[in-house]
Design a protein around this ligand. Structure first.
Ligand SMILES: [Zn+2]
Length: 79
C-alpha cells in the first residue's frame, strides 16, 4: 500500500518517504541517509534528522530492555 508513505493531518498530506531526485522513486530510509534502490542515488540526512532517528532508536531500545526484564522475571519465577 502506498498510503503508509503519507501522513494525513487534516487536509495536509505529508510525504514520509523521500523521493529520489534523479528517478523520482521512493527512497529507503537509513539512519544517516536516504538511498534509492533504483538508481543508487544517496541523500545524506541533516544533523537534525539524524538526532531524530537516534532518539527514536533509543526509545526502541528501552522498550526492548523492558521486555527482556519481564522475560527474566518470568523465568526466575519458574525456577
Ligand atoms: Zn533513483
Amino acid at each position: 500500500m502506498v498510503y503508509k508513505y503519507y501522513k494525513i493531518d487534516g487536509d495536509k498530506i505529508t510525504l514520509l518517504k523521500r523521493k529520489c531526485l534523479r528517478c523520482n522513486s521512493l527512497m529507503a530510509d537509513h539512519y544517516d541517509r536516504y538511498a534509492c534502490g533504483k538508481c543508487g542515488y544517496t541523500a545524506f540526512k541533516t544533523k537534525e534528522e539524524k538526532t531524530k532517528a537516534k532518539t527514536k532508536a533509543k526509545t526502541k531500545a528501552k522498550t526492548k530492555a523492558k521486555t527482556k526484564a519481564k522475560t527474566k522475571a518470568k523465568k526466575a519465577k519458574k525456577e
